[in-house]
Design a protein around this ligand. Structure first.
Ligand SMILES: Nc1nc2c(ncn2[C@@H]2O[C@H](COP(=O)(O)O[C@H]3[C@@H](O)[C@H](n4cnc5c(=O)[nH]c(N)nc54)O[C@@H]3COP(=O)(O)O)[C@@H](O)[C@H]2O)c(=O)[nH]1
Length: 586
């Protein structure tokens, strides 16, 4: 019978008395005991749980100290007891498979419950034959740290650390599953792209900690109405996505359900926020794209929801839009054009046409530089097709700068080649370009580099540009006027045409918009407006030029009413410089 501890064995030996057996065996037994004690001390130091189990009756023969602490049981209660009392049933089943010789060694992960919770363990089971006897050796390693690390990695890989919502990666996984399910079972679902309006302004003005607080609260609010089984994710700064699954089979009903949910989100996010002591209100733009069992990639679905969200923004924000394929076509067209326009600058596809401006005698006294894009496939593209896009994307800054440099260069060449030709050059300036901090330097550089006469240059501004910030506009105009540059107010009459700002602006010229000139002959109102503008210009001591003059009747009317400068097809369309040069010589 095995001894459960060394003390028991020692007592037994001492009990042998002064016999010859004791005398001859005592030292050897003493050594043996020491050896066993050393061995046990060693096992007790091990960080792995070690069980030695009798394979016949599944009784525990020996365990080390960490088994006792993990199972919260004394060694006395463990040794001789059946292993089935202590380890999970699945583990015992595996031991039996081992005994049947199906496998040599088994590794299995399972948890053992104690008062501190569940301890995750990795067990290695081995079958050991020793002499006549067979044993199970069970080694168990605590893998709590590994599990913790795995869980941290999982959290970092699939969740947003700020809001604890699913991140882009997890959303992609869920979308792939949802789309596959939708195709298999013809289920309808929706993807909602939610973007906070003006979030950047809050971040920039109040700091990132306030911005973060808003994102956390937004996440919490949306979470309260997301059903179990649906997914809420944050995929970038202020972009949240909700994946709704299992909507009504009928697509129109599904769309209604998605819209109802989006409306709830919209109102929920409209409620005031308390952000670390700062009161804030916020709105959101929501785009919805449906999926209905038709093959669709997750990238396409995301793109569609994104397009719909941008449509919501364009329509004035704080609203909901469904994806519209026509809108996608427009966006794709715009994206291609933006890319091509970017390239156009470096490929020198931009060119300037010039339109004559004449005096009362019909003599050329000036020209307006008008931009054209000489597209290799599409031919000459008019500015109205690409200037708005250039303004939207910021490309107007390099494009506008190119125009200024090229036009000034041309003026300088003409002044040299046609010294007797009276010539002013008008150049269009867009609002974004004018508002650039470096605008003054750009103009001054263009003049200096080309060596052109600043006094012959007139910059055409629009009324909307001026109204944006009148003080800054005046300061900029005045600074450039010191260089000698003149200013014309383009499209006059179409905007606010306020007398008060007209009085304050240091301008040289008013340009009557062609829409009034066009109908001078048929529309008394337009004729009246044109007369008034001319009078007003005279009262403010400004030159006045009429654009869009196409026929003699318009010319005569303008002349009779005091207009001194004219531009229009009657005198020449915008043309390449060589063509204009022929007119200089005529
Ligand atoms: N920021 C910049 N804007 C620019 C630049 N180059 C042009 N533009 C702006 O694009 C708009 C359209 O210009 P365009 O197609 O060149 O049209 C001009 C003329 O061709 C047209 N015009 C002139 N006379 C007549 C006419 O008798 N009939 C008729 N139907 N059209 C005529 O008018 C346009 C000139 O407009 P304006 O500038 O207001 O004098 C235009 O708004 C340009 O401003 C650029 O380099 N930068």
């Amino acid at each position: 019978m095995p001894y459960s501890n060394n003390e028991e064995l020692r007592t037994k030996i001492i009990g042998l008395g002064e016999s010859s057996v004791r005398k001859s065996y005592y030292p050897q037994l003493q050594d043996r005991i020491m050896e066993l004690e050393r061995f046990h001390a060693l096992l007790d130091r091990a960080r792995e749980l070690i069980f030695l189990v009798d394979a016949q009756n599944l009784h525990i023969i020996d365990v080390n100290a960490i088994v006792c602490s993990t199972l919260e049981a004394s060694k006395e209660s463990l040794v001789h007891s059946e292993i089935t009392q202590w380890l999970p049933h699945e583990l015992i089943e595996r031991m039996q498979r081992l005994a049947q010789g199906v496998e040599d060694s088994i590794m299995v992960e399972m948890g053992i419950e104690n008062s501190g919770g569940v301890v995750p363990l990795e067990f290695v089971l081995q079958y050991l034959s020793f002499g006549e006897d067979d044993y199970f050796v069970i080694l168990g390693k605590d893998i709590s740290e590994r599990r913790h690390a795995e869980s941290t990695i999982h959290t970092l890989a699939f969740f947003d650390p700020l809001t604890h919502l699913a991140n882009r990666q997890l959303l992609h996984d869920r979308m792939a599953q949802a789309l596959a399910k939708s195709q298999r079972h013809h289920k309808v679902g929706a993807l909602l792209m939610i973007d906070l309006d003006n979030f950047k302004a809050l971040n920039d003005t109040k700091g990132h900690h306030i911005g973060d607080e808003l994102l956390i609260q937004v996440a919490q609010r949306i979470q309260t109405i997301v059903r179990e089984g649906d997914t809420l994710a944050r995929i970038s700064g202020d972009e949240f996505v909700v994946l709704l699954e299992g909507l009504a089979h009928e697509e129109s009903k599904a769309a209604q359900e998605a819209e109802k949910f989006a409306t709830r989100v919209k109102y929920l996010l409209n409620e005031p926020y308390e952000l670390l002591g700062y009161e804030h209100t916020c709105s959101s733009s929501i785009g919805i794209a449906l999926f209905n069992g038709q093959p669709k990639s997750k990238e396409t679905l995301l793109k569609q929801a994104d397009i719909a969200m941008y449509q919501a923004k364009e329509k004035g924000r704080n609203r909901i839009c469904f994806y519209d394929p026509l809108m996608q076509e427009n966006i794709e067209h715009k994206t291609t054009m933006e890319h091509e326009l970017r390239m156009a600058l470096s490929k020198e596809e931009l060119i300037l046409f010039y339109q004559p401006q004449v005096n009362l005698e019909g003599k050329i006294v000036g020209v307006e530089a008008l931009l054209r894009w000489n597209h290799p496939q599409k031919g000459l593209i008019p500015p109205n097709t690409f200037i708005p896009l250039a303004e939207e994307t910021g490309l107007i800054i390099p494009v506008g700068s190119w125009v200024l440099h090229r036009a000034c260069q041309q003026l300088s060449e003409w002044k040299k080649d046609f010294p007797h030709q009276p010539l002013h050059l008008s150049i269009n300036v867009s609002a974004k370009q004018f508002q650039e901090a470096s605008f003054y330097e750009t103009v001054a550089n263009a003049i200096a580099l080309s060596g052109s006469d600043a006094g012959s240059i007139k910059l055409e501004l629009t009324e909307s540009l001026i109204l944006d910030s009148i003080h800054e506009t005046i300061a900029k105009i005045e600074a450039l006027r010191l260089l000698g540059v003149g200013f014309s107010l383009d499209d006059f009459g179409t905007g606010y045409s306020s007398l008060s700002y007209l009085k304050r602006l240091p301008l040289d010229e008013l340009k009557i918009d062609q829409s009034f000139v066009r109908d001078i002959g048929h529309d008394n109102n337009d004729a009246m407006i044109v007369k008034t503008i001319i009078e007003m210009a005279h009262n403010f001591d400004l030159d006045v030029i009429a654009e869009g003059v196409e026929d003699k009747e318009q010319f005569n009317f303008l002349m009779e009413n005091g207009c001194g400068l004219f531009q229009g097809y009657l005198f020449g369309k915008p043309m390449p410089p060589e063509e204009l040069e022929r007119l200089f010589l005529a």
